[in-house]
Design a protein around this ligand. Structure first.
Ligand code: PMV
Length: 339
């Protein structure tokens, strides 16, 4: 059985938890289309997963994005907090969002149809929380539904990956799988399976306030690997090994071991060149706040950290501690034991 997740926002505003059991549920009534996906956090394996190592991620189901789509006469358009206008005039940095709409129109055999797409997202962009993949997932589900098509999970995955390629080159597929998952995910060889959790565990996420730079960080790892292959491959191996260790620790509900593996992963990621002083600052703050371990999450060079709390009450203290240490936004995410 998938584990249930709960996340609470600590930004002075309510986050609406969505009740849909399929995180990417959509309607397939021609003329209207809705799509949904969620934020995610990578617990283990970012960057190493690009080189075939396994990874562990959890969807943050209470931080959702919703897309609405309806066929219209005239050109395709997008309305979101970041842009309102024609799709063919979309700014460069939103190209992945435009690519998601086009990929979905192609998939339903209506490449030149007009469609009005609206995106409502609670996920902060460029924070390593999977915003680009989640927006793409919601859009491809909504647009295909607007033309009467329900996508299979694999079809949907391929379309999200088209948008993700526009975002950062050769994405592993981890984000695309995690933002539509309903529980913790073990990702290996392009496939995601649900991970067993042996006891409740609470994680805290904290934003550095510095934009994450996934594309740049992925390129930096590639460049370093060309320069020092043995050094980088040893780090990637270590990160993959930590994901495997964490899988066992999650399975037995051993939060202390998960935390220790996170500390180790943070050091290895830093040696890969994807760290940032703002990330180190919050990781250190998490540890002084009593976290069982902490690391950067996602592409790095900014974005968020993830830490293991001792329990749900401690997570609240840790959120306050990280906010006091300068984090502009922090959340806690609770993982129940699998039943
Ligand atoms: O920064 P995010 O949330 O897009 O995560 C990127 C994860 C990487 O492993 C660095 C890249 C990938 O394709 O998996």
């Amino acid at each position: 059985m998938p584990s249930s997740l709960d996340a609470r926002a600590h930004r002075g505003e309510a986050v609406t938890a969505a009740a849909a059991p399929d995180a990417a549920a959509g309607s397939a009534v021609p003329g209207t289309g809705t799509g949904r996906a969620t934020a995610k956090t990578i617990l283990f394996g970012e960057h190493a997963v690009v080189y075939g190592r396994p990874a562990v991620a959890v969807p943050i189901t209470a931080i959702p994005v919703t897309a609405l789509a309806r066929p219209v006469e005239g050109p395709a358009s997008l309305r979101s907090a970041l842009y309102h206008g024609r799709l063919d005039r979309i700014p460069e940095r939103l190209r992945p969002t435009g690519a998601a709409v086009s990929a979905a129109l192609d998939a339903v055999g209506r490449p030149s149809s007009g469609v009005a797409v609206e995106v409502r997202s609670e996920i902060p962009a460029e924070r390593g929380l999977g915003s680009s993949a989640a927006v793409a997932a919601a859009i491809v589900t909504a647009v295909s539904a607007a033309f009467g098509r329900t996508l299979s999970a694999d079809e949907r995955h391929e379309l999200i990956q088209i948008a993700e390629r526009a975002a950062h080159g050769r994405p592993s597929g981890l984000d695309a799988r995690s933002v539509v998952a309903t529980g913790p995910v073990w990702f290996e060889d392009g496939a995601a399976t649900t991970l067993a959790v042996g006891g409740p565990m609470t994680f805290v996420l904290a934003d550095t306030g510095v934009a994450g730079r996934t594309r740049e960080a992925v390129a930096a790892v590639r460049a370093l690997r060309e320069e020092r292959p043995a050094h980088v491959d040893a780090l990637l191996e270590r990160l993959g090994g930590l994901a495997a260790q964490a899988r066992v620790a999650l399975g037995t509900g051993d939060a202390a071991s998960v935390g220790a593996a996170m500390d180790d992963a943070h050091a290895a990621l830093d040696m890969l060149g994807v760290g940032d002083p703002a990330l180190d600052h919050l990781v250190a703050a998490a540890r002084t706040g009593g976290a069982l371990g902490a690391k950067l999450t996602g592409g790095g060079r900014g974005g968020c950290i993830v830490a293991v709390a001792r329990d749900a009450d401690h997570a609240d203290d840790l959120v306050a501690h990280l906010r006091a240490a300068g984090s502009p936004a922090a959340w806690s995410t609770h993982l129940e034991a699998s039943r």
